[in-house]
Design a protein around this ligand. Structure first.
Ligand SMILES: Nc1nc2c(ncn2[C@@H]2O[C@H](COP(=O)(O)OP(=O)(O)OP(=O)(O)O)[C@@H](O)[C@H]2O)c(=O)[nH]1
Length: 299
């Protein structure tokens, strides 16, 4: 059968990236307990076309390698490195580099804060993997949603509560502890509430060369613990009260959240470099408060 890919290229020149975008496949990843889990995923796979005179690459070979390796899984850094090497080799000398992008939603089970319940949250995950004569680089990216309560608004709310207390207990007689407790528990005891909003940390980490298992769960757990207020799954009243306490104990500007995320990533033994952006989708403003932090890890 004719194979025009071998034709001599018109306007011959090398190309930086040739391949396929949005290849659908059932990606085999490891779930939170290390068991293989198949998830719908989309892959972008490509190589450079280093041979200026050759018209086309062998696309089917890249496609078949994706189906052969990523469906069997589970996805690890060594599987990605081997796949990229084989993508380059499949082109029989036409290519020197390969790039693979993967995107999927990862379900992770999360326990309630106080009750004996649990539920599942979906996390957006992506992989950007490349192999060139300079070596391999694997970037793991994911998003973590949390609640942020504004520290400035909290201070102003406490002041409003104190002023209302003075108004309601304006007489000379000192109120009893019971009076104060009842007032605090009543609607009058909350003169103002600080604004809080759903927020998201978008994290990208370049993995160290000695990492094989993808540290998604480890990093999600560490970041959610550092922020203190991850959005919840199953919520009973005791969970909601615990969440309200966690927000009071973890008042955060976007700058505070960015520093907490950086403190985790900069000390992780799995991370070589990181780049994180936190976005607070403000309930006070029609715009978002955003902070970005990047650096190398020393862990
Ligand atoms: N390189 C290239 N191939 C394309 C493009 N669009 C479609 N194809 C098709 O991709 C199909 C697979 O290409 P190849 O991998 O060369 O298929 P093949 O020649 O049957 O397989 P091999 O013998 O292994 O090379 C061919 O039918 C091409 O026509 C394109 O823009 N560039």
């Amino acid at each position: 059968m004719p194979d025009v890919a071998y034709d001599r290229a018109a306007a011959a020149r090398p190309l930086d990236w040739v391949g396929m975008r949005r290849v659908a496949l059932p990606l085999c990843v490891s779930d939170g307990d290390g068991r293989p889990q198949r998830v719908p995923a989309w892959a972008d796979i490509g190589v450079d076309l280093a041979s200026a005179e050759t018209r086309g690459i062998h696309m089917s070979r890249l496609y078949l390698l994706l189906q052969e390796r990523l469906v069997a899984g589970p996805l690890t850094a060594s599987l990605l490195r081997t796949l990229l090497r084989d993508c380059i080799d499949s082109q029989s000398g036409l290519a020197t580099t390969a790039h693979l992008g993967l995107r999927w939603e990862q379900l992770l089970e999360r326990r309630a804060l106080a009750s004996d319940n649990a539920g599942w949250k979906s996390y957006p995950v992506a992989i950007d993997a490349s192999l060139s004569p300079a070596g391999a680089e694997i970037v793991l990216a994911f998003g973590v949603e949390y609640s942020s309560t504004c520290p400035a608004s909290a201070a102003l709310s406490r002041r409003a509560n104190a002023e209302r207390f003075e108004t309601d207990f304006a007489g000379d007689d000192a109120p009893s502890k019971v009076d104060v407790r009842e007032w605090l528990s009543s609607g009058r005891g909350l003169a103002a509430t600080p604004h809080a909003q759903r927020s998201r940390a978008d994290v990208r980490v370049t993995l160290r060369d000695d990492v094989d298992a993808l540290p998604l769960l480890e990093l999600v757990d560490a970041i959610e613990a550092a922020l203190g207020t991850p959005v919840q799954t199953a919520v009973k009243r005791e969970d909601e009260q615990a969440f309200a306490r966690a927000n009071a104990d973890n008042l955060m500007f976007c700058e505070d959240a960015a520093r907490r995320v950086a403190a985790v990533l900069s000390t992780s033994p799995r991370v070589a470099r990181f780049d994180a952006t936190v976005s607070h989708f403000e309930s006070l403003h029609a715009h978002d408060a955003v902070a970005r932090v990047a650096g190398t890890a020393t862990g």
